[in-house]
Write a protein that binds this ligand. Sequence first.
Ligand SMILES: C[S@@+](CC[C@H](N)C(=O)[O-])C[C@H]1O[C@@H](n2cnc3c(N)ncnc32)[C@H](O)[C@@H]1O
Length: 117
Amino acid sequence: METHKIAEARRNIKAAGLSDLVRILHGDGLETLRLVEAPVDLLFLDGRKDLYLPILKLLKSKLRPGAAILSDNIRSFRRDVTPFLEYVRLGSNGFVSSTINISDGIELSVFPNGGDH
Ligand SMILES: C[S@@+](CC[C@H](N)C(=O)[O-])C[C@H]1O[C@@H](n2cnc3c(N)ncnc32)[C@H](O)[C@@H]1O
């Protein structure tokens, strides 16, 4: 969403020789992530904490079986991430999920069966 971060990301991606493989979607993730095609193997959530759940729901039907979701700041933003945590930890939504005690908590959620659940 932030122009200066996009410029820096482009520099880093180019320095790593990955420009041909990376597509940057500039803008509000709630809009741009609609453009992502299935299958999604890995989703890293580290933007606005209250958007973890809306973004997961936006991409859920595109997750491949076994997809992993890594979500940062689970302890420091506990209140904001609570709806997300409740969702991924309720088995009936199709995820298996647990917090890894690295830094201030990273939630690892795995979607064993993929697609719509
Ligand atoms: C805690 S920072 C960490 C992001 C990244 N790991 C980094 O180091 O830049 C959160 C970022 O999420 C971005 N962000 C928040 N809401 C967003 C949205 N709806 N769409 C896209 N980016 C968003 C913010 O602009 C901010 O740069």
